[in-house]
Design a binder for this molecule. Structure first.
Ligand code: PMV
Length: 329
């Protein structure tokens, strides 16, 4: 056991989305997905013993963790304890940097940092697959925040998830000019949670089976586009895939609408730019667009955003490394 472990992990943005679970309890996806880790806005998790006799405690941005995350955290803890045989009450503190509840990858980075900190605290040495399996219990997409750079998450076929893991396909240095731009146009938090959205689309959206095939076809193409640094090919794949995910959500009964009026206004402001410079967009389970471009064009994209949303906060990042131990004392 370590006295205190601090780990950090980045948010990741999916280029081929994860939307659908083959096992809801284990968070096993129906298909492969592909993403990029961000260099900035990482979350940190600190795990240390809790000597107060109050049992285990998790604080998420200084607040007690809300359901459904409470149950997930307890399952992570149980799994790591089972493996190590160590049963010391712990305090875990997670701090995230991206705003929560707006459909950005906040829980992914927090859960990946927490998984790594718990794993190391319980005496395990670095083992990416084990950390992935732990992170997955917290949040599916957290698995892709464990390895760094450009990442594929293999869905696997095994019912117990033993062949489910994420791996890096290229380091951040592979595509140093790539930039991710996130304008926080909408902070509204009351959206359909991703698990509920995934279950509802699987049960009620007419094209769900075609969607699963489509994801598995697009994942290797996205990997090719990344390996060849083909921006236009990646743009076609990622934009089409994100819009299909939202189309699938609209087909659900009752329909799920993650995009808002502001999302459409923003798209109207930036879509014309696609004629002039490399640019594509994606959306996760929320109203904030996530834009991709190359470094020389960041300023032009910012200006287009600001022309429609003058006050908006704009986050910019390049590709970055995966989860790591920050200090270990
Ligand atoms: O890991 P979850 O349950 O937060 O699901 C995330 C799903 C999307 O962000 C919409 C897509 C993805 O692949 O990240």
């Amino acid at each position: 056991m370590n006295e205190k472990v601090t780990a950090k992990a980045p948010p990741n943005i999916a280029l081929v989305k994860y939307w659908g679970k083959r096992n809801v309890w284990l968070n096993l996806p129906v298909a492969d997905s592909v993403s990029v880790c961000l260099n900035d806005f990482h979350s940190t998790a600190v795990v240390c013993p809790n000597p107060t006799g109050e049992g285990d405690k998790l604080l998420w941005n200084d607040q007690p963790i809300p359901p459904p995350y409470l149950g997930r955290w307890l399952r992570m803890l149980e799994k790591v304890r089972e493996g190590s045989g160590l049963r010391v009450p712990v305090i875990a503190r997670v701090r995230t940097r991206l705003p929560s509840g707006v459909g950005l990858a906040t829980s992914a980075s927090g859960m990946a940092a927490l998984a790594l900190a718990l794993h190391r605290f319980h005496g395990f040495e670095n083992n990416q697959r084990e950390v992935c399996a732990l992170a997955r219990l917290g949040s599916g997409s957290a698995v892709r925040s464990v390895p760094g750079g450009f990442v594929v998450w293999h869905s696997g076929e095994s019912p117990d998830g033993s062949d489910n893991f994420a791996e890096s396909i290229a380091p951040p240095s592979h595509w140093p000019e790539l930039r991710v731009i996130i304008p926080i146009i909408c902070r509204m938090g009351n959206r359909v949670p991703s698990t509920e959205g995934m279950i509802r689309t699987a049960l009620t959206s007419r094209s769900f089976h075609a969607w699963v095939r489509y994801c598995n076809e697009m994942a290797p193409r996205a990997i090719d586009a990344i390996m060849n640094k083909s921006f236009s090919y990646l743009a076609e794949i990622a934009e089409g895939h994100a819009m299909s995910m939202h189309g699938l959500c609209l087909q659900a009964r009752p329909p799920i609408l993650y995009l808002r009026e502001e999302s459409i206004s923003l798209l109207e402001a930036v879509i014309p730019l696609k004629q002039q410079l490399p640019l594509f967009f994606t959306f996760d389970a929320g109203p904030n667009p996530i834009l991709f471009t190359l470094e020389p064009y960041v300023q032009s994209v910012r200006q287009a955003i600001l022309s429609s949303f003058p006050e908006v906060e704009i986050l910019v990042s390049r590709a970055g490394p995966g989860a790591s131990i920050a200090t270990n004392d």
